[in-house]
Unconditional design. Sequence first.
Length: 467
Amino acid sequence: MSDSTQNFVEKPEEASKSSSSNLRQRFPSKDFNPSFQCPLDSDEKDDEEVKPSILAAQEHKNKLRSLRIRTLSTLALFFLLILFVYLGHVFLVALLFFIQFVMVGELFKMARIAQKEKTLPGFRAQQWYFFFVATVYMYGRFVRKNLWSEITTDRRLMKVFGGLLRKHNLVSFSLYVAGFIMFVLSLRKRMYLYQFGQYAWTHMILLTVFMPSSFFVSNIFEGIIWLLLPCSLIFTNDIAAYLAGFFFGRTPLIKLSPKKTWEGFVGGLVGTVAAAILLSSVMGRFKWLTCPRTDLSIGYLSCPDDPLYQPRVFTLRDLDPWVPDVVIEHLADLARQPWAPQWLIGSVMSVEITAQPIQIHACFLAVFASLIGPFGGFFASGFKRAFKVKDFGRSIPGHGGMTDRMDCQILMAMFSYLWYHNIIRTAEATVSDVMDMVTSMGRADQLELINRLLEFASSEGLLQGQA
């Protein structure tokens, strides 16, 4: 290459410097910057700035859409519940069974996914068979009294179902043993671990979800209020805790649910107790909600006024049955001390509160719903985190699965049942209980019982005016 050619072909750096100097000579502005951006580069930056705003707008739109779907489904569930409350006890039991069926189905599916589902003919049928056995045992136990009221009026029904009801526990156990034998006979090589894992999953799901929630069946027949009030308190606590946490939440409550705060936890307690006092008073005014159903009819229902729903005056002395004797004796000793202010003690002991007994019981239910109930939700959250899923299913639009909405209700079902039968209605025999025992007697004992009842009725004057 000649020297002239070398002089003509400049290096890129030198070419850029020379072009910059020429431009400065032509445009001697002090604002001139040789490293200017072309319009294409500026458009790309504008696009980068626009993209986050578009994504934010889309996210906001999705949130509104999710909120709309969630609100509509909540309203639909609310009106559906009102409809079933209007239809009565038997329809509510049917609704409860449907909810349990969906929950168990969601958990069965998750159990199969957890163990990488394998093709095994008939194994799903075994899972649902054990669900059927659990249904026979739990529902038969809680509906037994109502069934006795139905079949004792018909001799043919008594012959068909009387023996089954009397031997209900044995029948349930026999059905379970049949399922156990079917499981053992279905064991296959190279599938043992999977089959035993699913067997354990099935029993765990039935023991922790289906059987506890079945206690609501008994509550329904004792009065719809004993289903409606506990469930309402759980929902109220969820709403009150959310609002308190939204406006005042600062301190995290538990790692399983990072959005839960202590402020929301306390606010939920206060709001739920206040709602319990109001809701129990309103519900206690309706016979349809308070009267127990002793049969399986769906017609009009009436019952005598229950003192549980009548206002009365309470003092601190009414707390004696609730407080251990040791505490009462210790407080009495303190009150007798010379330094104890007698005027203050007298003022406190003379405080009177007028309320319905159901309101007092509702406050205890509210405390449980606020302090213990949320742990059912925490348990479910940990369960979902273990399997890296957001929801248990998609059965309720905007809410996830049925289990996502009913997780806190499971503990509440057991507590409300135990509270009612151990605190409110203690050792109270009903006509159905007596008929249950009478039908299991021999003929001679039945005749003797009839004679004694006639003697008792005559001595009490119950037969006066009877033909």
